[in-house]
Design a protein around this ligand. Structure first.
Ligand code: SF4
Length: 296
C-alpha cells in the first residue's frame, strides 16, 4: 500500500504515509460505517435472518449516482484493526447472520485477506460474501483465492463511454469482464443449502440506468453467452437519482416500469433461468441503511 495498485485505478498512492488514493482512504486502518444484519440483498443471501453486512468507507469507483455517497467519498465511520474486524464477523455470526457480507471491500483487500484468515481461526463458520462494484484487478482477486465463498458483483457498464461518463473509468468494461471470469473460476457453479441459501457461487448484478436498456441488454447477453446458467443474474430497478446530478440530465430520473420490463422480458426471451428480478417500487431510500457505526 506504499505504492498502491490494489485495484485497476493503479494510482500508486502512498497510503501508508497518508496519501489518499482515488478510493479516498489512507493509513493502515480499516474504516467501517456499519456492521449489522441486512434484509435487502437477494433472498439466497439475506434469507430470513439477514446477511451480516459490513459497510466499508471509501470506494475506488465513485459513480456519480452513488446511493451510498455519504460513506463512499472517503474516510468516515470508525477505524478498526484486522483483529477487531474479525471479532465483528464473529459477533454477526452470533446474531444469526447467514453470511458475512463485505460491501465495497476492494481497497481493503489486503486487510480482508488477513481478517478472513483470523476469523476462521477463531471459528467463523458462515460463508464470506465479497460484494463489489466489479472494478477489480485479477491480481488482487487471486490473492483472495480460496477465502471468498460468494461473489456478489456488479456489472455496471459494457460500453467504455458510459463507464467514462458516470465513473471516470473507461477501462471498467474490460476490468469487470476479467474480474467476473476470475470469480467464476474461484467459486465454480452456484451451490445452495437445503434452505435455499447460497453457499458458493457468483451473482452478477446489473442496476438498470434510465435510458440505458440497450446497454443493459448487451450486458445480460454477454453474461448468458459466457456463463449460461452457471451464475445468477440479478436485474435491479432501484436506481434513484441523488442530488447534484444536473450535469447528467439524462439519468436524473427513475427507471420507468416499461424500461425495466423490456430488460426483464429480454432476459426471459434469451432463456435465462437463474435470475432475480424486483417487483413493485423498490426505488426507495428506505433500502439505504443509516451509517451510524452500529455494530462497529
Ligand atoms: S485501492 Fe485506492 S489507492 Fe489503491 S489503486 Fe485503487 S484507488 Fe488507488
Amino acid at each position: 500500500m506504499s505504492k498502491c495498485s490494489i485495484c485497476p485505478r493503479n494510482c500508486n498512492a502512498d497510503r501508508i504515509n497518508g496519501e489518499k488514493g482515488v478510493c479516498g482512504v489512507c493509513g493502515e486502518g480499516i474504516y467501517v460505517s456499519r456492521a449489522a444484519l441486512h434484509m435487502w440483498e437477494e433472498p439466497c443471501i439475506s434469507g430470513r435472518s439477514g446477511s451480516g453486512t459490513i459497510f466499508f468507507s471509501g470506494c475506488n469507483l465513485k459513480c456519480v449516482y452513488c446511493q451510498n455517497n455519504s460513506i463512499s467519498r472517503g474516510i468516515c465511520g470508525k477505524e478498526v484493526s484486522v483483529d477487531r474486524l474479525s471479532d465483528i464477523c464473529m459477533e454477526l455470526e452470533k446474531k444469526g447472520a447467514n453470511n458475512i457480507n463485505l460491501v465495497t471491500p476492494t481497497h481493503y483487500a489486503l486487510h480482508i485477506r488477513d481478517t478472513i484468515v483470523k476469523a476462521r481461526e477463531k471459528g467463523l463458520k458462515i460463508p464470506i460474501v465479497y460484494n463489489s462494484s466489479g472494478y477489480e484487478s485479477c491480481k488482487t482477486l487471486n490473492m483472495l483465492n480460496g477465502l471468498i465463498d460468494i461473489f456478489l458483483v456488479d456489472f455496471k457498464y459494457i460500453r467504455e463511454e458510459t463507464a467514462r461518463r458516470y465513473s471516470k473509468a473507461k477501462d471498467y468494461p474490460k476490468a469487470a469482464k476479467d474480474a467476473i471470469s476470475c470469480m467464476v473460476k474461484q467459486t465454480g457453479s452456484c451451490r445452495f443449502n437445503n434452505e435455499g441459501l447460497m453457499r458458493k457461487g457468483v451473482i452478477v448484478r446489473h442496476l438498470l440506468l434510465p435510458g440505458h436498456v440497450a446497454e443493459g441488454k448487451e450486458i445480460i447477453k454477454y453474461l448468458y453467452d459466457t456463463y449460461g446458467n452457471n451464475i445468477y443474474v440479478s436485474i435491479m430497478n432501484q436506481y434513484t437519482p441523488v442530488s447534484g446530478m444536473d450535469e447528467y440530465p439524462e439519468i436524473n430520473r427513475k427507471v420507468t416500469k416499461r424500461e425495466y420490463d423490456r430488460l426483464v422480458n429480454y432476459a426471459i426471451e434469451l432463456g435465462i433461468q437463474n435470475a432475480y428480478i424486483q417487483e413493485g417500487d423498490t426505488a426507495a431510500e428506505s433500502f439505504i441503511p443509516s451509517f451510524d457505526c452500529e455494530g462497529v
